[in-house]
Design a protein around this ligand. Structure first.
Ligand code: SAM
Ligand code: DTB
Ligand code: SF4
Length: 333
């Protein structure tokens, strides 16, 4: 099926003078929604074509996650076990020291990871936190790995300080479609997130931005999320697609699980709309199982979180992943 971009009508000012129209989005929501509606085989075929045009289809990038500051977060993201608003049993910890981070980074590199992503349960770091995280970035770089951080909202100065420390990627997710956002989070806005993404981009750091599916959102809202990310200008270098990990105590625990083929469709649509991005099969791999993961790779996922823990929840261990990649003939980078 041919997806043609629709042009927005030129806006006309009251006095009859033509105003500069907002640039047409690269991916109108209707076109993204139309991709979701394709027969499954046609969608996967299109995603494979796009994937093979831009990547070696049998190659996978491995990122290892480490929670450098766990729990006690003041935000109320309804999916997250680290929020103080919910009783999930996650205990708040202090920021890890450089030696602990160096040891974890070395272990990740020895197991074949190429990127090390440090996550902190902050709404926004303080300037003195950034000084400490900058040191952690230097430690990770010294181990020969790409460094990524996800620390919450950043100011311009903070983004530049992280860039100066050598940070390669900053992860900040939009998480869901704008119209669904209020159902999950009340303590910061969608615009706050877009602003941080702009600051990261302007500081010269590569952008990692994705979202969560399986939160009870509609297909149209999944299309809305992908369209938002694909229409960032430029679109992110890295796009993590998380399946909700349901944690007892969070408001989203007990949500009707997403049908696995719908998850695969989301990966395929992300691949088609962001041809050169690393699309990462992120949280939820333990729940997906090997066969659905293989379908995700077929649909264009070419990155995973690698290591037996995400931030506070489980992930397949190194042995299981190496076995899966061996079975599929996929080579790590
Ligand atoms: N506190 C920072 C923030 O939210 O910007 C960074 C860490 S936060 C844990 C990073 C991302 O993890 C969230 O944006 C969300 O996409 C993802 N996440 C959190 N809890 C999750 C869950 N239960 N299942 C899937 N993804 C989750
Ligand atoms: C992302 O998109 N997913 C990762 C990473 N970026 C920071 C986090 C997943 C967290 C899953 C729930 C947990 O382990 O606490
Ligand atoms: Fe805090 Fe991030 Fe969890 Fe939201 S997702 S509660 S900001 S740690």
């Amino acid at each position: 099926m041919q997806v043609t971009p629709t042009l927005k009508p030129v806006q006309v000012l009251r006095r009859g003078v033509a105003a500069t129209p907002a640039p047409a989005p690269r991916w109108p929501i209707a076109d993204v929604a139309a991709l979701f509606e394709l027969p499954f085989n046609d969608l996967i075929y299109r995603a494979q074509q796009v994937h093979r045009e831009h990547f070696d289809a049998n190659e996978l990038q491995l990122s290892t996650l480490l929670s450098i500051k766990t729990g006690g977060c003041e935000e109320d993201c309804g999916y997250c076990p680290q929020s103080v608003h919910f009783d999930t049993g996650v205990e708040a910890g202090k920021l890890l020291d450089p030696a602990a981070v160096a040891a974890a980074a070395r272990a990740a590199r020895e197991q074949g990871a190429s990127r090390f992503c440090m996550g902190a349960a902050w709404r926004a770091p303080k300037d003195r936190d950034i000084e400490k995280v900058a040191e952690l970035v230097r430690v990770v770089k010294a181990e020969g790995l790409e460094a990524c951080c996800t620390l919450g909202m950043l100011s311009d100065t903070q983004a530049h300080a992280l860039k100066d420390a050598g940070l390669d990627y900053y992860n900040h997710n939009l998480d869901t479609a704008p119209e669904a956002y209020g159902r999950f989070i009340s303590t910061r806005t969608y615009d706050d997130r877009l602003q941080t993404l702009r600051r990261v981009r302007d500081a010269g750091i590569s952008v990692c931005c994705g979202g969560i599916v399986g939160m009870g959102e509609s297909r149209g809202e999944r299309a809305g999320l992908v369209a938002q990310i694909a229409n960032l200008d430029p679109y992110p270098e890295s796009v993590p697609i998380n399946q909700l990990v349901q944690v007892e105590g969070t408001p989203l625990h007990g949500t009707e699980p997403l049908e696995p083929f719908e998850f695969v469709r989301t990966i395929a649509v992300a691949r088609i709309t962001m041809p050169k991005a690393r699309v990462r099969l992120s949280a939820g791999r333990q729940q997906l199982g090997d066969a659905v993961q293989a379908l995700c790779f077929l649909a264009g996922a070419n990155s995973i979180f690698y290591g037996d823990k995400l931030l506070t929840t489980g992930n397949p261990d190194w042995v299981a992943d190496q076995r899966l990649l061996g079975t599929l003939g996929i080579v790590a980078r």
